[in-house]
Design a protein around this ligand. Structure first.
Ligand code: TXA
Ligand code: MG
Length: 348
């Protein structure tokens, strides 16, 4: 049985959080909001508790989890050899949507790291997440609180949809304002490397680090070996087949309309994922806008919700407009590409 715990973010009821923290301390699983997406938490120092996360999500055991902490001192107990660069990024972006990969200490169970000698650590900024970790008095392992393969949950309702009956508790705490998962930055090599683009952009990291690389496997280059095991899974995938259409706006709209009519003739139901700017130009099909191209932060916070909305419809195919891969556009395109299984159509 899953305990559903409603918490108002602006007027936090500490008694309810104490109950949730107790479940966690006793080895149970509780989903909770963070500023990126909802996470499914368990005591990171207890292998048996962590195993429950993998079971509840149906997550492959070779995909490691992020450890969430509430205080800076906790990093030192989980990771060794903190470089100056590592300290500098943590200082600059924590609490916030940045996960740092470091060499792990013995205490971190290998179930969390999927056998790797490194551990991914993040200090979330969301008030409920912060308070919950502090009350639990242990670091929390927490992947996104969705069934493996589905879009990450950005609303309490999404978590209930996926995990009700499979976990001990779900904290319903409103919507996640970043909306895409944290940036995963590997600090164990020569040059800091982005393994997953997210809320903290490469441009932002370059303000505190001299060099930042982007892992080659991110572009869907199938020969590159992903350093972050999670990158190899098709993820975020709605039920319908997604195709991304890339090109200048005018051509993109034209191409999508053309493809949509071909699919319709084949008897398929077509969904279109677009932006506010082009929305009025589509008259047929199920059309959903993810927001304005000029407000990518809002697009990011809407994206998974809109992908999930398509699941509640009959569409067989989703044609999605691409967005420019700069700043937050990198994280947005990365999630769209994964939802599309890297199928891209160029509009010329
Ligand atoms: O925003 C987020 O990061 C959310 C919230 C809940 O904090 N969590 C999240 O967790 O997205 P998850 O499990 O869905 O994604 C974790 C990613 C995966 O791609 C995984 O492969 C990678 O981090 N990862 C974890 N540990 C790693 C390690 N030691 N080395 C490289 N990649 C690692
Ligand atoms: Mg995930």
């Amino acid at each position: 049985n899953t305990m559903i715990i409603e918490i108002d973010c602006d007027r936090m009821d500490e008694k309810k959080l104490i109950i949730a923290a107790k479940i966690l301390r006793e080895g149970g699983t509780v989903a909770f909001p963070t500023e990126t997406v909802y996470g499914l938490g368990a005591n990171a120092l207890e292998a048996e508790a962590v195993k429950k996360i993998f079971e509840a999500k149906g997550r492959p055991s070779d995909n490691p989890l992020i450890v969430h902490i509430a205080r800076m001192e906790e990093v030192k107990s989980l990771a060794k050899e903190l470089s100056e660069d590592a300290l500098r990024v943590m200082e600059a972006f924590w609490p916030g949507p940045l996960t740092v990969v470091l060499n792990k200490k013995e205490v971190v169970p290998t179930v969390i790291t999927a056998g790797l000698q490194t551990v991914a650590i993040r200090m979330p900024a969301h008030p409920i997440a912060k308070k919950l970790i502090a009350l639990a008095e242990v670091p929390l392992a927490a992947p996104s609180a969705n069934i493996s393969g589905k879009p990450s949950p950005t609303r309490g309702e999404h978590v209930v949809e996926d995990l009700d009956g499979r976990v001990d508790g779900i904290i319903m705490g409103g919507s996640c304002h970043v909306g895409v998962e944290s940036t995963v930055l590997d600090m164990t090599g020569e040059i800091p490397t982005i393994l997953r683009p997210g809320g903290i952009t490469r441009e932002m990291l370059l303000q505190v680090l001299e060099r930042v690389e982007v892992d080659g496997a991110l572009g869907g280059d199938t020969d590159a070996i992903p350093k972050s095991p999670g990158m190899k899974y098709t993820h975020y995938a709605p039920k319908a087949a997604v195709y991304i259409v890339k090109g200048i706006e005018e051509k993109t709209v034209e191409k999508i309309k053309e493809l949509a009519s071909v699919y319709r003739i084949e008897g398929k139901k077509v969904g279109i994922l677009c932006f506010d700017e082009s929305y009025p130009q589509y008259q047929e099909g199920l059309v959903k806008s993810v927001g304005s191209r000029r407000e990518l932060n809002l697009v990011a916070s809407n994206l998974f919700k809109v992908l999930r909305e398509f699941d509640g419809t009959e569409v067989d195919i989703i044609l999605a407009e691409a967005v420019e891969e700069a700043d937050l556009g990198q994280a947005i395109m990365n999630r769209l590409m994964k939802a599309a299984g890297y199928r891209v159509i160029n509009a010329k």
